[in-house]
Design a protein around this ligand. Structure first.
Ligand code: IMP
Ligand code: MG
Length: 479
């Protein structure tokens, strides 16, 4: 195992600088891939989102869930939180404590951009009590309201404001401006309570300001200086391409740029120095509302499901024989597809090559990293190759997805569950040792997206990842 790990590190070294983003609607397992690649990076920087994200890392048999801290912290790397990250200080310190509690040491620098926006208690109240939480199924972390304030330029509180002397007055002024809204969502009972509410927010945040002060700086200057001096860097995206505020399935998206270009715009770095790796889970999932053409079963049934429910042998047989609801449940349960942030069951679907082709284009993806493909073992699959609506067919990913039905390719993919010895053999021997049906699926994904694969993850464990010959063999599919 140790030998394999060293090999992974060597490969990671050749990758040099990389942006890691998600291909579908999030929860692709970016945390694991970033953690793996971080072994040979000097810096890991988060460039978007906030604590609506949940990145799960399994290392040394310990599970750590990070919401706002970049995954590199687990390996003692320098970590940066960029100016487009929505920063909840309470979550930041909870993440930090979680890393320590799991037995890891925080050795690197921590840099929090002075331009980042702070999530305040009223953002959370407005998100939870507002229209968006129900209509869009938000994570209720205050993301939409803080993004709105950022765009307003008058009611925003930046990290710079947080550590500046005028904080108390600024909070008071912003709360005064929001009083009617805060009464409407019952965060305060009546307008006269606004000042008390502002004071409480200040009392809560002033100690955070003191603790954060040593970390505050400019990512643009620090990260560019690091690059200029030959340091290596990973840029870690949160959420995913189809949740991008511009290119995603609006309005059912988050409020930040989740695409690779977002990393350049929001960190102020030159993307030409970076390889673009998109993490694609072997099957798409979605939490929250919005169209999902290849969905297996439906959201209402999924919502009733509890983590850990198992399928009977008869149910599994029915799933294999074509019961899509049961197949979706089976994938959800085997894949433990329950939100790391909210605990909500995730909707599951058949692989969608139309969506992935769009993702490859939008991000300029160099390589896919496929995750959780082991979850699909023993389950028959097909993949979306086009969409259809009112007799019209398209291979483009429509802006308004509603009403578009999936058109599946003729091929069915199937492989049996891999024994532990087979998994180990695949990790050691490389791509050729993967099951035939799995390689057929990968081949068709590569051809449909004109993009090769560099990693195939078979487990949440850092070490159980196939990298040997993956890029070489999948490039051959494109000849
Ligand atoms: P918000 O980002 O909390 O405003 O939520 C907007 C939409 O993005 C909802 O459908 C959420 O479920 C979804 N979303 C936000 N963050 C994540 C994530 O990290 N993974 C998956 N979905 C997310
Ligand atoms: Mg997640």
């Amino acid at each position: 195992m140790r030998k394999t790990y060293i090999k992974i590190c060597l490969i990671a070294h050749f990758l040099m600088n990389a942006v890691v983003i998600g291909a579908y609607w999030g929860d692709e397992g970016k945390g694991k891939i970033v953690d793996m690649l971080a072994a040979n990076s000097d810096w890991v920087a988060r460039f978007n989102g906030g604590d609506n994200a949940g990145h799960t890392i399994v290392a040394n048999g310990k599970e750590v869930v990070l919401h706002v801290v970049p995954a590199g912290m687990v390996q003692g790397k320098n970590v940066a939180i960029g100016p487009d990250v929505f920063f909840n200080p309470k979550t930041f310190f909870a993440d930090y404590e979680g890393v320590l509690k799991a037995g890891f040491r925080v050795n690197g620098r921590i840099l929090i951009d002075e331009r980042a926006h702070v999530i305040m208690p009223y953002h959370i109240a407005l998100d939870a009590g507002g229209e968006a939480s129900g209509k869009l199924g938000t994570t209720k972390r205050g993301i939409g309201p803080v993004a709105k304030d950022k765009a307003s330029r008058t009611e925003d509180i930046t990290i710079c404001d947080l550590v500046s002397p005028g904080l108390r007055e600024k909070i008071k002024a912003v709360v005064a401006a929001k009083t009617a809204e805060l009464v409407a969502v019952k965060a305060i009972e009546k307008a006269a309570d606004a000042e008390k509410y502002a004071e409480a927010a200040y009392a809560e945040y002033a100690p955070y300001a003191e603790k954060i002060r040593p970390y505050v700086g400019s990512c643009a200057y620090e990260l560019n200086a690091a690059l200029d001096s030959g340091k290596t860097m990973l840029l870690e995206g949160a959420q995913s391409t189809l949740l991008d505020v511009v290119h995603g399935t609006r309005p059912y998206v988050t409020s930040s740029n989740c695409t690779a270009g977002g990393a350049a715009a929001n960190l102020g770095i030159d993307l030409r120095k970076f390889k673009i790796i998109a993490v694609v889970k072997a099957y798409p999932t979605r939490v929250g509302e919005g169209a999902f053409p290849s969905e297996l079963g439906n959201y209402e049934d999924a919502k009733k499901e509890k983590k850990g429910e198992t399928l009977t042998a008869a149910e599994k047989k029915n799933a294999v024989d074509g019961d899509q609801g049961l197949l979706g449940k089976w994938i959800r349960q085997d894949g433990r597809e329950f939100g790391a942030t909210t605990g909500r069951p995730r909707r599951t679907g058949y692989p969608d090559f139309v969506a992935l082709n769009y993702s490859a284009m939008i991000n300029g993806v160099d390589e896919w990293a496929i995750t959780k493909i082991d979850i699909l073992s023993g389950k028959p699959l097909k993949a979306v190759v086009a969409y259809e609506k009112d007799g019209r067919k398209t291979t483009r990913f429509p802006f308004k997805l509603e009403g578009w039905k999936p058109v599946y390719g003729n091929r069915e993919y199937f492989w049996n569950a891999m024994a532990e010895s087979e998994i180990k053999a695949a990790v050691a021997k490389g791509y050729d040792a993967l099951p035939g049906g799995m390689k057929e699926y990968i081949r068709d994904l590569v051809i449909a997206t004109k993009t090769p694969v560099s990693m195939v993850s078979l487990s949440p464990e850092r070490e159980i990842t196939v990298t040997k010959d993956v890029l070489k063999r999948t490039m051959e599919y494109l000849r």
